[in-house]
Design a protein around this ligand. Structure first.
Ligand code: F6P
Length: 192
């Protein structure tokens, strides 16, 4: 690949109230990010033709709305499945499932939500995506916090136990450029 552009979706209604999972719409701030994205991409990619991949959730395709590139939806880019915790806040999880909350904190990479996934599971389902990125040029991906962490960790060689804790801010476009022995990273915040 020449470069890979990564972004989380714009702020969602669920982000605003601290709920995880779901399939909510983007908020007015998220919409502002969607409108700012073409400018950020232009700044970092110039006139290069990108191919844009999103998940199957509303919030990623809404974030991609103003970008005029060929688009493809991948189920493999959907957010980590939080099973019985889907739609809860972290505080609600801690209250309703204290043992799960603790187990996840102790080994976030391997902890699998009941009826859902672990980071390890997400990494495995991302394998075809990674393979496709490796043989493509100029892919842009709009996905979710856990998924962006896993793809980023792969290219930046972040150890597994650290990857689930990495800071991946909203409203920031990340550009990764693989070189012979390392990957060059640039970040373009939208200031929204
Ligand atoms: O809060 C946004 C979100 O994408 C949730 O949907 C998801 O469960 C979570 O982030 C993943 O982050 P963490 O693994 O830190 O809980």
């Amino acid at each position: 690949p020449r470069s890979i552009w990564l972004s989380r979706h714009g702020e969602s209604e669920y982000n605003l109230v601290g709920k995880i999972g779901g399939d909510s719409n983007i908020s007015p701030r998220g919409e502002a990010y969607a409108r700012a994205l073409p400018g950020l991409v232009k700044k970092s990619a110039g006139d290069r033709k990108l191919t844009l991949w999103t998940s199957t959730y509303r919030r990623t395709s809404q974030t991609a709305h103003y970008l005029d590139y060929e688009k493809l939806e991948w189920k493999a880019l959907d957010e980590i499945d939080s099973g019985i915790c889907d739609g809860l806040t972290y505080q609600e999880i801690e209250e309703q499932f204290p043992e799960d909350f603790k187990a996840r904190d102790e080994d976030k990479y391997n902890y699998r939500y009941r009826g859902g996934e672990s980071y390890r599971d997400v990494v495995i389902r991302l394998e075809p995506i990674i393979m496709e990125i490796e043989r493509s040029e100029n892919i842009m991906i709009i996905a979710h916090q856990a998924v962006v962490r896993c793809i980023y960790a792969y290219f930046m060689n972040v150890p597994q136990d650290q990857s689930p804790w990495m800071e991946v801010p909203l409203h920031t476009l990340i550009k990764l450029t693989p070189k012979a022995y390392s990957t060059y990273e640039e970040r373009f915040p939208a200031n929204i």
